[in-house]
Design a protein around this ligand. Structure first.
Ligand code: EPU
Length: 339
């Protein structure tokens, strides 16, 4: 284990922000975590656990220690006629996992193809796309509890998963280093076509029984078409969550803004398309300095080259204010802002 000083994070965040960390360490196994937490550096400095950097915005240099989790490995734990349980190192790339599962006929994750980031970050924000969330296949995870100074295994209920949310953003924030995640997948194809845009796209093929491979390929095509590639144009996917408002408020807004897009949830709530709100406020494709809003998808803030973290943050705040002014809706960040 080597602790590096004054380390550039440019290649460790998909916004491509050139922030520097005072200290940086790459962790390859569980033993190195124990080694690290006993160092005086860890005990005295602030730290941040990085999991691929695809959902973070560094607003400036990081005055502390960046812990980059690179624990690898995928293994089968248990299998029967219907299900297979696998254990995955937190440092594996999520999209590699999805591809390996499909190639081995372990089904379920195909709707989550091409999501950037590492497996350890997936439970933290409960990643989701095309009507599937990682929680739908989650079994358990192991990690190091910093306060209790021990490795612990947490099950589904312990993780308190919600829309882009989990216990790791609240009670266990900065207190738990995820090392291994377990998923229980299907041995039989049981495809999920409940997301309208996906089912419409699949129906164009006129195939009687679409399979998981077709879902995987179609999700990849849709994402490639709609979302900017962070390797070409720095971004962290959706910058904001889709806001959830009361049905009453939605109905009132809909009287004024008849085109308002919403998806009805249980308990009298409606999830509104933040992308639509932002586009209606005229932000799509706009640029302020080196920060801009994607011309492909209004929910994505992009780095047009050498933007500072603060430029991106300022733009996000202007967007938020305009949505409050026009719709009286407060957007919540999906991206984690790191000071
Ligand atoms: N829309 C617009 N203008 C835009 C973009 C979207 O009007 O520029 C409207 C359209 O009506 C569209 C609707 O918003 O039909 C929904 O758009 P989309 O299908 O792209 O989904 P989203 O709600 O914007 C969410 C996730 C994405 C995920 C997609 C597909 C959040 C915050 N985002 O986006 O996840 O890929 O659904 O399931 O929930 C991410 O989390 O980083 C992410 C990219």
């Amino acid at each position: 284990m080597e602790i590096l000083k004054n380390y550039s994070l440019k290649n460790h965040n998909t916004f491509g922000i050139d922030a520097k960390a005072d200290f940086y360490v790459s962790i390859r196994n569980n033993e190195e975590i124990e080694e690290l937490i006993n160092t005086s550096l860890f005990q005295n400095d602030k730290f941040f656990i990085l999991g691929g950097g695809s959902n973070v915005l560094f607003t400036g240099n990081f005055k502390g220690l960046i812990i980059d989790i690179n624990i690898r490995g995928i293994k089968i734990l248990e299998t029967n006629d219907d299900k297979i349980t696998i254990e995955v190192g937190a440092g594996e790339h999520w999209d590699d996992l999805v591809t390996i599962c499909l190639n081995n006929k372990f089904f379920g994750l195909e709707n989550l193809a091409l999501i950037p980031g590492k497996v350890g970050a997936a439970p933290v924000q409960n990643i989701g796309a095309y009507a599937v969330e990682q929680k739908d296949f989650f079994y358990s995870l192991t990690g190091y509890n910093i306060e209790k100074k021990q490795f612990e295994t947490l099950n589904y209920d312990d993780c308190k998963f919600n829309y882009r949310d989990s216990v790791f953003k609240h009670e266990l924030k900065n207190n738990f280093i995820i090392t291994q995640v377990r998923y229980k997948l299907n041995k039989n194809e049981n495809i999920n076509l409940s997301y309208k845009e996906l089912s419409q796209e699949i129906s164009k093929f006129n195939i009687e029984k679409p399979d998981a491979k077709l879902i995987y390929d179609t999700v990849r095509r849709l994402r490639t078409h709609k979302l900017p590639d962070y390797r070409l144009l720095g971004n962290a996917g959706s910058f904001f969550k889709n806001p959830i408002i009361s049905k009453g408020k939605f109905d009132k807004l809909k009287e004024i803004f008849t085109e308002l897009q919403g998806y009805t949830l249980a308990n009298n709530k409606v999830k509104v398309s933040a992308g639509w709100l932002i586009e209606q406020c005229g932000w799509k494709g706009r640029q302020i300095g080196k920060a801009g809003v994607s011309e492909k998808h209004a929910l994505i803030i992009v780095n047009h080259g050498n933007a500072k973290g603060h430029d991106i943050l300022n733009l996000s705040e202007q967007i938020k204010q305009s949505i409050i002014d026009k719709y009286d809706i407060e957007l919540e960040n999906e991206v984690l802002i790191i000071e």
